[in-house]
Design a protein around this ligand. Structure first.
Ligand code: ZN
Length: 317
């Protein structure tokens, strides 16, 4: 296990919790990727972060790497600030032994499912909403179904955006089941194709054997797979972030931007400007705007793509 590499997709609630367990367990390498930064509303359930991280407006991947490195110096830890897309996911997950799903949206989860299927990487799905959590592991070189095979089977609440909030006990129990599955796989090579759910508020639990649900014509895991989420590109640009009242803008072919130059050009027209090596955050016409070094911009306080584009054009042309 000490030579194993785990890729964690997302450094939110499940990613924080799962990463800490894996690092304390002593896996060889952990890569954790996230596109967002730490906010006050994250602190009740995202256990790697502190009030100082919020004050410094630091990206989650940066804070996660620091905190995890302080927990166990023997683990190689890499925090990557990036939006995982059809264009970059295969390069990001190459060289890892398992993929731990800790994303907060189905679109990215299905993208990761396609990448895991194509690259033969065992996939440990996890999702949380409210007091409820769902897990499902699968190995693609087996007769087990993939996540795409189960789309008709998954409970509806895992398909929707995170608007209901999440309590931390649901996060911790879901992450614990995921990580137990990862540790079992890394030490014994075994995976159980079970869709397991638990509600920590009502005490309801279920465990469904889904081994018979593999679809012979699945576009993601069958013999003639087309990997639709990888080949069509699901990185809609721009995108309204589910449940966040936020629009994310990514420019085609975006590349690293010079944040100090951006600060110079906008400092007279914005307020509450915060600048660190990873991002610039500011207020502009009642909206909080965050520009990352990789060229992504988040416009908070709107679900309107035209409004977000107008703000972006006023600030960066
Ligand atoms: Zn499938």
């Amino acid at each position: 296990m000490g030579k194993s590499a785990v890729f964690i997709l997302g450094a939110g609630a499940l990613g924080s919790s799962g990463a800490e367990m894996l690092v304390r367990a002593g896996v060889g390498k952990v890569t954790i990727v996230d596109r967002d930064y730490v906010e006050w509303t994250n602190l009740h359930r995202q256990q790697l972060y502190t009030e100082q991280d919020v004050a410094d407006r630091l990206p989650k991947a940066v804070c996660a790497e620091r905190r995890l490195a302080a927990i166990n110096r023997d683990v190689r830890i890499s925090g990557i600030v990036a939006d995982v897309t059809a264009e970059n996911i295969q390069k990001l997950i190459a060289g890892h032994d398992v993929l731990l799903d800790a994303t907060d949206n189905m679109e990215t989860r299905l993208l990761a499912n396609d990448a895991a299927c194509k690259m033969g990487l065992p996939f440990f799905m996890g999702a949380c909403v409210g007091s409820y959590g769902l897990t499902f592991p699968f190995g693609v070189q087996t007769e087990q179904p993939c996540l795409h095979c189960l789309l008709d089977t998954l409970p509806a609440q895992t398909m929707t955006c995170d608007t209901a909030g999440i309590i931390s006990p649901a996060v911790v129990t879901t992450a614990a089941r995921q990580v137990a599955g990862v540790l079992k796989y890394l030490t014994t090579g075994e995976m159980e194709p079970k869709l397991e759910s638990a509600d920590v508020w009502t005490g309801e639990r279920s465990s469904i054997d889904v081994s018979g649900l593999k679809k012979r014509d699945c576009p993601s895991c069958s013999e003639h797979a087309s990997y639709p989420f990888l080949t069509t590109g699901t990185s809609v640009r721009p995108a309204v972030l589910c449940g966040r009242d936020t629009v994310q803008l990514i420019w085609p072919g975006s590349r690293r931007v010079e944040l100090p130059l951006f600060v110079q050009s906008v400092k007279k027209v914005v307020s509450n400007l915060v600048h660190n090596p990873y991002l610039v955050a500011c207020e502009y016409h009642g909206h909080r705007v965050v520009l990352f070094r990789d060229g992504r911009m988040l416009v908070h306080g709107t679900k309107s793509i035209p409004t977000a584009k107008k703000i972006a054009s006023e600030l960066i042309g």
